[in-house]
Ligand binder design. Structure first.
Ligand code: SF4
Length: 109
């Protein structure tokens, strides 16, 4: 887990990140969908993911466009993120990915 959603609707980043274990999963039981409150990260599976397009993740481009279109508050300051050196979004888009990342929130359909 790399972050926790704050009351201000922005992600607070954890350094170091926290490994999800059985204890964490048990603690989440009965408290709704954890993805709506926490940000999880795993290795990129590229072609096995619905967001992979050609040779890149298509999701971050759509999120950046949506952020521009909605005027989502973006920060010029890079979040203190624990996974930057391995982050696919950062490797593709650089600091612009990190500008929108704190306001990306999962909401189930
Ligand atoms: S886009 Fe930036 S802030 Fe978000 S997970 Fe990747 S490196 Fe971290």
């Amino acid at each position: 887990m790399i972050g926790v959603l704050g009351e201000n609707g922005r992600l607070g980043y954890l350094r170091p990140s926290i490994t999800v274990d059985e204890q964490f999963i048990d603690a989440c039981e009965g408290h709704g969908d954890p993805e709506t409150r926490f940000r999880f990260a795993d290795r990129c599976v590229e072609n096995s993911c619905e967001h992979w397009s050609g040779a890149r993740c298509s999701l971050i481009g759509r999120l950046m466009t949506a952020g521009r279109d909605t005027g989502a508050a973006q920060s010029a300051e890079l979040p203190r993120c624990a996974i930057r050196s391995a982050c696919k979004w950062f490797s593709q888009e650089g600091p612009q990915a990190c500008a929108i990342c704190p306001v990306v929130v999962y909401r189930p359909a």
